[in-house]
Design a protein around this ligand. Structure first.
Ligand SMILES: NC(=O)c1ccc[n+]([C@@H]2O[C@H](COP(=O)([O-])OP(=O)(O)OC[C@H]3O[C@@H](n4cnc5c(N)ncnc54)[C@H](O)[C@@H]3O)[C@@H](O)[C@H]2O)c1
Length: 401
């Protein structure tokens, strides 16, 4: 029987408990010995929901004074990744930061420096790397089925307005922009699929075109103000985008928790103040003439990432949702479509793979594959895309890295 690893989760919101808390709780080689969240109501509710009795903290400093840990999982808002991961590394803990590494490349570099000094693992929660469909795609690229890849595209459809325009994710100050917060996944997947060619320059366009006060999906009645959040909104019956918190979510984000820190999870996504985008396009040119484009919309009733990867021997077309990889060879009509088997688990079976890998990394059984250096590259690409969209110009990677 292996010695149980002692883990703590910092940030006990959606990912902290819905992914890591649940998955770690199912393992017999790990014990969650501590939960830490700045919100005392949420950290207590998290332990109740996970049905565990760890030590509860509202400050990492207090946790560090009392706990001896093997590893910490950081699932706070992105702007807290840097200070929390710094503290964890300085305490000699292995760290997994759910993506992104940081909200800018400068902080990312400082974290890498600290990780090297500490000798501890600093891994990034790039769970898409564990998607069986994308692993299959990576294998056929590595096996040369597509030949030399020179152009790739990913179109992401995600009805994510409720996530990205209703809470902290809607602010640049909390995320460094959605090209980092959201798209660091996707930039990382391009980097990984293509074998980490050097990115040279980035351009992007992105805006809020739909999720604003001028596009409310219902007719306002005279004197009846909508909002401020779905649970309190007088239009909740007629709004097709309402997001009512469940009984369990109310324990984490209801009035009692909100009174402690003002965090409302379902602020009206149309009326909310925001400076991140609800749709956008980004393009990257890599060395060797490789080009990629990323399309994302958070205004749809569909969830998929649809990839096209073209090489000089074949083109692959992939749907994560349908789990299909279709390969059309350049000079034969032998088109094949493979439906990839996926196991249970969040993000198309990817989350359990991520957690499993981190546990083995902490045990020293393997080296992390989604390294902080990869996290830095994805963050820097997102930062360049963010500068591009704001300044309406192409951004050289040398400006951010
Ligand atoms: N890999 C993925 O697929 C994926 C998916 C969603 C979110 N994420 C990432 O996970 C992270 C968390 O996102 P979420 O949706 O769970 O957020 P959330 O808002 O649901 O939870 C964040 C929690 O952190 C707490 N917190 C804030 N500052 C803190 C601090 N300094 N110390 C301790 N706790 C603190 C908040 O009170 C909150 O409970 C984000 O970085 C996000 O980018 C990754």
């Amino acid at each position: 029987m292996k010695k149980k690893l002692k883990f703590a989760i910092v940030g006990t919101g959606s990912r902290g408990i819905g992914c890591f808390g649940q998955l770690l709780g199912q393992r017999d080689d790990v014990k969650i010995v501590a939960l830490c969240d700045v919100n005392p109501v949420r950290v207590k509710a998290a332990a109740e929901i996970l049905k565990i009795s760890p030590h509860l903290y509202t400050s990492m400093d207090d946790m560090a004074a009392k706990e001896t840990l093997d590893a910490v999982i950081i699932t706070t808002p992105d702007c807290e990744h840097f200070p929390c991961a710094m503290k964890a590394l300085k305490n000699g803990w292995n760290v997994l930061i759910d993506k992104p590494l940081a909200t800018n490349a400068k902080d990312g570099k400082a974290l890498i420096k600290e990780a090297k000094k500490s000798g501890k693992a600093l891994m990034i929660g790039f769970n898409l790397r564990h998607s069986p469909v994308l692993k299959y795609l990576k294998k056929i690229i590595d096996d040369g089925v597509l030949g030399r890849v020179f152009i790739a595209e990913n179109r992401e459809f995600y009805g994510g307005g409720r996530t990205y325009m209703s809470r902290w994710n809607r602010f640049f100050s909390k995320t460094g922009g959605l090209w980092i917060h959201k798209a660091s996944h996707d930039f990382d997947i391009f980097n990984w699929l293509l074998g980490f060619p050097k990115p040279l320059r980035v351009s992007s366009f992105a805006a809020v075109n739909v999720l604003d006060k001028d596009h409310l999906p219902f007719k306002k009645r005279p004197g009846v103000k909508p909002g401020p959040d779905c649970n309190h909104c007088p239009y909740q019956d007629e709004c097709r985008d309402r997001y009512l918190l469940s009984k369990e979510e109310l324990k984490l984000w209801g009035d009692e928790a909100a009174a402690a820190d003002g965090y409302v999870k379902n602020t009206c996504m149309y009326l909310s103040k925001k400076d991140n985008h609800d749709n956008g396009l980004a393009m990257v040119e890599y060395e060797g003439g490789i080009k990629v484009s990323l399309f994302e919309t958070f205004i749809c009733n569909k969830s998929d990432r649809i990839y096209t990867i073209a090489g000089d021997k074949a083109v692959a077309e992939v749907s994560l949702e349908n789990r299909t990889v279709t390969v059309t060879p350049r000079w034969s009509g032998n088109v094949t479509t493979t439906v990839v088997e996926i196991p249970e688990g969040g993000h198309g079976g990817a989350d359990p793979g991520l957690v499993d890998t981190f546990c083995r990394v902490v045990r020293g059984e393997e080296k992390s594959t989604s390294t902080a250096e990869h996290g830095l590259l994805a963050t820097a690409l997102g930062q360049a895309a963010e500068i591009s969209r704001r300044e309406h110009r192409m951004v050289e990677m040398s400006e951010v890295l």
